[in-house]
Ligand binder design. Structure first.
Ligand SMILES: Cc1cc2nc3c(=O)[nH]c(=O)nc-3n(C[C@H](O)[C@H](O)[C@H](O)COP(=O)(O)OP(=O)(O)OC[C@H]3O[C@@H](n4cnc5c(N)ncnc54)[C@H](O)[C@@H]3O)c2cc1C
Length: 474
């Protein structure tokens, strides 16, 4: 045992923190502590759907999917117009498949069938049997088997810093020293002030809400200020579209909806992955309307089949997606309280929305003609989702990108997960991984599974280097 209390201290017990702790152990560390502010292990990770993106995994090969390690890198970069931290992303992407294999070795069970995480060349979404909770259970069990100590209900108040080097943490007024500290405190979705400041496009008072865990208070940003770390990734993350009816987490739009911009113009395939919808809505000033007709809410018996499977996404670890906000009960109630507009013809609906009737009528006519032809030659929505907007009453609801799923602003790291200071130099002894980092999430959320891939992947990368540093110091 070295002169410190621990070799490595990890702050936060989500997927990033537990992966970092296990990786430090794999470097030979025996004194590893995970400090968790809440009374339960797992943070937002345990609430997650449990899709993890990766290229070059054994599971992909077993499923006959040809996807060399690192293939994900170029697609990630292209989607984000190369506006991310290239070195760290390249290393992470190159190891993304191997990280899935590593999770399997630590007892995480995946379904054999992979899904398309987003618009990618081959399926890269690895689905955990049991979702995020099962992922956390497996990593936590592995930590316990390996002797990692997990202290619950212990919020880290600050880092211990000596001559610019991080020497440990302070929690409950107690100083705990270590050769390396990994910050894995998650995002700041649960902190309205930080959302307003660092994720302004997601912030509309009274509308914005966060689907994750209470511990996502953004403590990493406070640590960054104290230690002089760089932060990056302003206004990035994942926002999904919310009609503001109730706090129901509904990431995808039903295929029978039509999504229009503030001018009443259609602009995309409504069944597109949520990351793409987020970017497309952002490009249109973050205003949009969802339009549908009464047949979608109360399908006539002879057409029920057409409305049954309204989602492109079919996940093996998830019951078939069903509308939550867009149901007859919710919409009838919302029409009564004025949150949803209803009208017996499209021109009257346009008037209620304050749109030129020509725009809305023209756009819906055009959509119906594509439906009639069976091909969405405008935006490529699959034929099975094309149903006409023709049965009154017609409905329209204002949607905003305010359901916060993930925040992408945080500590700047290098390709070893080391935190970079304002002076451009690595801050000795300090690492970060997962949602508390910045520069990894790009302008477009790549697809289901990219945050957990980042948490587990960078958790491993940071934990390894932190472990090596601690072993050298011992
Ligand atoms: C409902 C939901 C579904 C999702 N589904 C998916 C999905 O299927 N695939 C995907 O890729 N992503 C998904 N995401 C996003 C993904 O889950 C998160 O981005 C990821 O889990 C973050 O992992 P993390 O380890 O960085 O943070 P977290 O899992 O949030 O862990 C951080 C931990 O740090 C603790 N902490 C914070 N501050 C302190 C402090 N000062 N001292 C001690 N402890 C502290 C917190 O309490 C928390 O336990 C989903 C998110 C949500 C909310």
């Amino acid at each position: 045992m070295s002169a410190t209390d621990f070799e490595v201290i990890v702050i936060g017990s989500g997927a990033a923190g537990l992966s970092a702790a296990l990786s430090a152990v794999e470097q030979g560390c025996r004194e590893v502590l995970v400090v968790e502010s809440e009374g339960v292990v797992g943070g937002s990770s345990r609430l997650a759907g449990g899709v993890i993106m990766g290229s070059g995994s054994r599971l992909q090969r077993a499923a006959g999917i040809d996807d060399p390690p690192g293939a994900m890198f170029r697609e990630y970069m292209a989607l984000n117009a190369w506006d991310v931290a290239v070195g760290p992303v390249e290393r992470w992407a190159a190891r993304s498949g191997e990280t899935i294999d590593w999770l399997v070795e630590h007892g995480v069970k995946f379904f054999d069938r992979l899904i398309y995480s987003g618009e990618e060349r081959v399926p890269r979404g690895h689905c955990v049997d049991g979702g995020g909770q099962a992922l956390i259970n497996a990593l936590h069990s592995s930590c316990r088997r390996q002797g990692v100590q997990v202290a619950l209900g212990r919020r880290v108040e600050r880092l211990l810093i000596e001559d610019g080097t991080v020497r440990g943490v302070v929690s409950g007024g107690e100083s705990l020293t270590a050769a390396a500290v990994v910050v894995a405190t998650g995002g700041f979705g649960a902190n309205p002030q930080l959302l307003a400041e660092h994720y302004p496009s997601a912030w509309i008072p009274g509308w914005t809400w966060y689907i994750g865990a209470d511990g996502a208070r953004g403590d990493a940003l406070k640590f960054a200020a104290e230690v002089g770390a760089q932060t990056t990734g302003k206004d990035r993350g994942l926002r999904t579209l919310d009609p503001g009816l109730a706090k129901l987490n509904e990431a995808f739009l039903p295929g029978w909806t039509v999504l229009l911009d503030a001018d009443g113009r259609r602009f995309c395939d409504e069944t597109a992955p949520y990351g793409l919808l987020d970017t497309l809505v952002r490009a249109r000033g973050d205003r949009a309307y969802v339009v549908f007709d009464d047949a979608a809410l109360r399908p006539p018996a002879d057409k029920a089949e057409k409305y049954r499977d309204a989602y492109k996404q079919v996940w093996p670890n998830h019951a078939p997606f069903k509308p939550k906000n867009y149901t007859a009960d919710m919409i009838d109630e919302a029409v009564k309280n004025g949150k949803v507009h209803a009208a017996d013809d499209i021109a009257a609906l346009a008037e209620k929305l304050g749109l030129p009737a020509e725009h809305l009528c023209g756009e819906i006519d055009r959509y119906n003609s594509l439906v009639e032809a069976g091909v969405d030659s405008d935006f490529g929505k699959a034929g099975k989702f094309l149903v006409p907007i023709s049965t009154p009453p017609f409905y329209a609801v204002d949607v905003r990108p305010v359901t916060v799923n993930h925040t992408g602003y945080g500590l700047r790291i290098d390709e070893y997960g080391r935190v970079i200071g304002r002076n451009g130099r690595v801050i000795e002894g300090l690492y970060a991984a997962g949602e508390c980092t910045g520069g990894i999430a790009g302008v477009t959320y790549m697809g289901s599974g990219s945050s957990l891939a980042s948490a587990c992947g960078f958790g491993r990368i940071a934990g390894e280097d932190a472990g090596r540093r601690a072993r050298k110091a011992a």
